[in-house]
Design a protein around this ligand. Structure first.
Ligand SMILES: [Zn+2]
Length: 327
């Protein structure tokens, strides 16, 4: 498809204010992309909690999909002018231009061009509730038996391939109290006060000895910063939470190895372990921000940075990298 035509269609999709509280617009956005995909495919429609979604595939019945392209067509709320797409040079501005209606439309384009001719079963999964948790979209389809061996989510990732993301904790709190007359308050029992206490203790996972690992969702590209620098910005939240430096360092190293079950090959500097290490001039036990000044990097025994200078030229940029011997 001609790029101009594609951008024109993308602008039409972006103009639909498909936010979670507007079910009719969620449906419009979904129908728009289904119409874009065109005829010749099976379309299974789902709905849960007022959130429509669809699964599209060649043939007449669901198969053991080797690849599923997943996209969400909902966006977070924005002022009306953000739903009037604007082009400035080769850039396109609108709510959802990045996250992720345009990539959703692109997935639809790839699907309609290739799905019928690929030698293995593929599907396109379109959902409309990702920004509010995903339970009524992808999760709902999972609950209804939709499975894929490999799923590509076209989410914003600054062109990095991201294979994991930090988790989310959803906590439902219920407190009961007893109403009382204003003149006899001591006869009552204030549920709000109880809730405040619980929320405060939840916020302080550290004091509650919850196992902590350092992880970020820093899969985006910030102009002028390397990905490592972006990740280390998250140190601030750990410092704000009053977590001691030694425990932050444990969360970044041994706790992470335990969670990912790699503690038998990573951590100590000793024979048989991966020769991955960094060196900084200061002592992060005294000032954890010393980690922001990495002067030396060794990975798999090979030096990637020495005296503050990156050694292989290919890694000397802050943009997308392809990783080093990914395992
Ligand atoms: Zn998104």
């Amino acid at each position: 498809m001609d790029a101009e035509v594609f951008v024109g269609r993308a602008c039409e999709l972006l103009a639909i204010p498909s936010t979670s509280e507007r079910p009719a617009d969620l449906r419009r956005a979904l129908d728009y992309v289904l119409d874009f995909v065109g005829p010749g495919f099976t379309v299974e429609r789902f709905e849960s909690g007022g959130k429509p979604s669809a699964l599209i595939y060649p043939g007449t019945e669901r198969r053991d999909f080797h690849v599923i392209l997943n996209a969400h067509l909902d966006v977070v709320p924005a002022p009306p002018d953000q739903f009037r797409p604007r082009r400035d040079g080769d850039r396109l501005f609108a709510r959802g231009a990045q996250d992720m209606k345009v990539t959703g439309l692109l997935a639809a384009q790839v699907f309609r061009e290739l799905a019928a001719s690929l030698p293995y079963p593929v599907a396109l999964q379109l959902v409309t509730d990702e920004e509010v948790g995903g339970r009524d979209g992808t999760r709902h389809q999972l609950d209804h038996g939709v499975r894929g061996r490999f799923v590509i989510v076209g989410e914003t990732s600054g062109l990095h391939i991201v294979n994991e993301s930090k988790g989310m904790l959803v906590v439902r709190l219920l407190a009961t109290g007893r109403a009382a007359h204003a003149a006899y308050q001591w006869l009552g029992d204030n549920a709000l006060v109880k809730l405040q206490r619980t929320v405060a203790s939840l916020k302080n996972a550290y004091e509650n000895k919850a196992p902590l690992t350092f992880s970020t969702d820093a899969d985006y590209y910030v102009v002028g910063k390397t990905r490592g620098e972006v990740c280390l910005e998250f140190l601030k939240t750990w410092k704000d939470a009053g977590i001691p430096n030694a425990d932050i360092l444990r969360a970044m190293t041994i706790n992470g190895y335990r969670v990912s079950e790699t503690e038998k090959t990573r951590g100590p500097i000793k024979t048989g372990f991966f020769a991955d290490m960094i060196a900084v001039p200061g002592n992060p036990l005294d000032d954890v921000d010393a980690l922001k000044n990495v002067q030396f990097v060794m990975k798999d025994g090979q030096v990637f940075k020495k005296d503050g200078v990156m050694t292989p030229a290919a890694f000397f940029h802050g943009g997308p990298v392809n990783g080093w011997r990914i395992r």
